[in-house]
Every structure is written in C-alpha cells, then in structure tokens.
Write a protein that binds this ligand. Structure first.
Ligand SMILES: Nc1ncnc2c1ncn2[C@@H]1O[C@H](COP(=O)(O)OP(=O)(O)O)[C@@H](O)[C@H]1O
Ligand SMILES: [Mg+2]
Length: 364
C-alpha cells in the first residue's frame, strides 16, 4: 500500500465488511432463533464489534495519527531549539513512500536547508564584523601618524629647521598615500566580491604588458639591489582580458616579490604558451618564501603571514585577494608554490583571444 489514501480505504473497507457481515448474520439468525437467543447473539456480536473497532482505531493511530504527532512534535522541538539541530524526521515516521513520508522528506530537506542558511548568515555576520574591525584598525594607524606629524609641525613651527620640516611632511604624505591605496583597494575588493566589476575584455598582447610592467619597476628594483629577469617568447598568442585589471595583478605580485626579497635577489617574469591554450604567466622571486601553513590563507582578504607587513611599508593584506578575484573573473586560477628561504612563484594562465576581430569602436 503506497499511499495514505489506500491505507485508510483498506481500514474502512475491512470495518464496513465486518459490520455488514455482522448485521447480515443477525438478520439471518433473527429468522431462525427465539427472542432470547437473538438477544445473546446481538450482545456477543456488539462486544466483538467494539473489540474489532478498537483494533481498527489502534491500527489507524499507528498508520496515521502517531506519525503526524511525532512529526509535529519534532518540528516544534526544532523550532524551540532555535533551528540549531535538525531532527531526524525520517526515522520518526518510518519507511514507505506514502504522502506522510514524502511530506516528512520535504520537511527534512527544508530544515536542513534552513540550518545551512542560518549558519551561513552567522558566518557572514562574523566575517562582516571582522572586516570592519580590520578596516578601522588599518585606517586608524596611518591617520594617527598623519595627525601626530601635523601636530608636531604646528607646535614646533618656529623651532623646526627646513630639513626637519621636510622630513615630517614627507612622512605625512607617505601615510596619506597609504591611506589612499588602502581605500582604493577596499573599494575595488568590495566591488569584486559583490560581482560588481564588468571586465573590459579585449584581445591584447600580454608580452607587451609584461614588458611595460618590467620597465615600470626597473628603477625601484635597481634601487633595492634586485635583478629583474624576463623570459618572453616572441610568438605568443594574444590573450583575451581586461588589460587595466591584469596590470593591477602584475603590480601586486611584483610589489609583493620586491618586499619579500632581500637585496641581491632575483625576480623573474616568465611567459609561455599555456596548456592547452592561452598564455601562462609566472612571477617568481628568490625571496623569503611563505610558510606552508600560510600558503592556503594568503589569498584571504587582510591575511598577512607577517603582521608587521603594514609597518614595513606593505599594504593591508588585500593585494592577493584582489588579484585572485581578477584572475578568476578571467576564468583562470592563480597558483602559488613557495619554499621558505628559497622563494615564491605565482602562476596563472590567461585565455587565448578568439580569432574574432575586436568589436569596432566608434568615436562620437
Ligand atoms: N612573493 C612573496 N614572498 C613572500 N611572501 C609573500 C609573497 N607574496 C605574498 N606574500 C605573503 O602574502 C601576504 C598577503 O599578500 P597581499 O595580499 O599582497 O598583502 P600585502 O602585500 O598587503 O601584505 C603578504 O603579507 C605576505 O605575507
Ligand atoms: Mg601586496
């Protein structure tokens, strides 16, 4: 009996059959027997009928009422416990495939989903609070520093010589730059996380981009006693991507490498044909490397393997989170390999531009 309806019908049919049979029996007996005998039989039959109906009531209770009651109670307990522990409803209503069973399955699915969503909400809330704490901390530090220097200048205006004055103003300006970068990074990351960034895709030469970036950093690298090597084959295909955002990724990776490579070290930008297509970009250094424990977390926002990074002129731990988002928007994945004391290498493969010509742009 698959359905609740069939079960109920079966109970009713049996009940009616028994009652009907009993009545026919009494009617037949009434024709043959004396009044007293009929009276005894009727009493006997009535007792048998009551006993039978009791059995049927228990059967009905077992088939339907008990299960509905258990289901209702389990849901009430689930609610009373703040939807924290999903009850094992299927165990309560037993096997089979009737409507009650299917209803229970739906409730089960519903409560599991509800718990999942509530947990997700709690998790998001915790993350939001952590984010706010991080942001306020990272904004406060440079602000306090700027304020300190400006106050000193105001107080000691007359006693400061030109050199000192310049020094103070330079520090304040650097802190302003840091604030500016932080706010920009936050803005960009928030937009990326909200999927609010549309790629300005176009076919372009990643080889040219790599050369430009190498040139941009040449002076800075030289001043820090670092060597930059590039390995850029000539016959690379064009890739399909957003040049501005990808330049940002290159900048982030190289700035990190510069900061974590002691003087005398080497930075490399290597391009090669991607497998199966596109272009693989590898940015590596011979710097301090990243501990294995930190490797999985460096792409998290605000994560810095060394909490003194910011003080050492680093960012706020947003660079790699932004980079990862941008690479993923291009349908690619960024990978990292690192060995402490040996160096670090980041790699990703950009998709090849399709042979379609770029869409024409019209002026005015
Ligand atoms: N090339 C690298 N060598 C060593 N550590 C690195 C390198 N790149 C990133 N890291 C680690 O990953 C962390 C996160 O990097 P990032 O998100 O760019 O933040 P930030 O540069 O602001 O510290 C860095 O703080 C650093 O600990
Ligand atoms: Mg960085």
């Amino acid at each position: 009996m698959k359905t609740l309806y069939a079960k109920l019908a079966w109970v009713l049919i049996v009940s009616f059959a028994v009652i009907g049979g009993g009545l026919i029996f009494i009617w037949a007996m009434a024709k043959m027997l004396t009044g007293r005998e009929v009276g005894e039989i009727v009493v006997g039959l009535a007792l048998a009928m009551i006993a039978f109906l009791l059995i049927m009531a228990v059967t009905m209770h077992y088939l339907v009422t008990r299960r509905i009651g258990a289901l209702a109670q389990a849901m009430q307990e689930f609610q009373a416990a703040g939807f924290k522990q999903a009850p094992n409803l299927l165990a309560l209503v037993g096997g089979g495939n009737d409507e009650l069973h299917r209803l229970t399955q739906s409730f089960s699915g519903l409560s599991a989903r509800m718990m999942e969503q509530l947990q997700q909400l709690a998790h998001n809330d915790a993350q939001r609070r952590e984010l706010l704490a991080n942001i306020s901390h990272d904004l406060r530090t440079p602000l306090a520093s700027i304020r300190g220097y400006l106050e000193t200048i105001l107080l000691k205006q007359r006693s400061l010589d030109a050199n000192e004055m310049r020094n103070y103003l330079e520090v304040a300006t650097r802190q302003c730059d840091r604030l500016h970068r932080l706010v920009n990074d936050l803005f960009q990351l928030t937009k990326l996380e909200a999927h609010d960034v549309a790629l300005q895709r176009e076919p372009f030469s990643v080889a040219e981009l790599a050369q430009d970036v190498a040139q941009k950093f040449a002076l800075k690298l030289e001043s820090q006693g670092l060597r930059l090597e590039t390995e850029i084959p000539e016959d690379l295909p064009l890739v399909d991507g957003d040049v501005g955002l990808l330049e940002r990724c290159f900048d982030n990776l190289i700035e990190n490498a510069v900061r974590h490579t002691p003087s005398g070290g080497v930075l490399r930008i290597v391009l090669e044909r991607g497998k199966p297509s596109g272009v693989t970009v590898r940015v590596s250094d011979t710097g301090t490397g990243i501990d294995e424990r930190d490797l999985t977390r460096i792409f998290d926002r605000f994560y810095q393997a060394d909490r003194n990074e910011a003080a050492a002129g680093g960012g706020a731990g947003l660079g790699l989170a932004i980079t990862k988002h941008i690479i993923e928007l291009h349908g690619a994945r960024i990978e990292v390999q690192s060995r402490v004391g040996k160096g670090t290498a980041f790699a990703f493969t950009l998709p090849a531009a399709t042979s379609m010509p770029p869409s024409p742009t019209y002026d005015g």
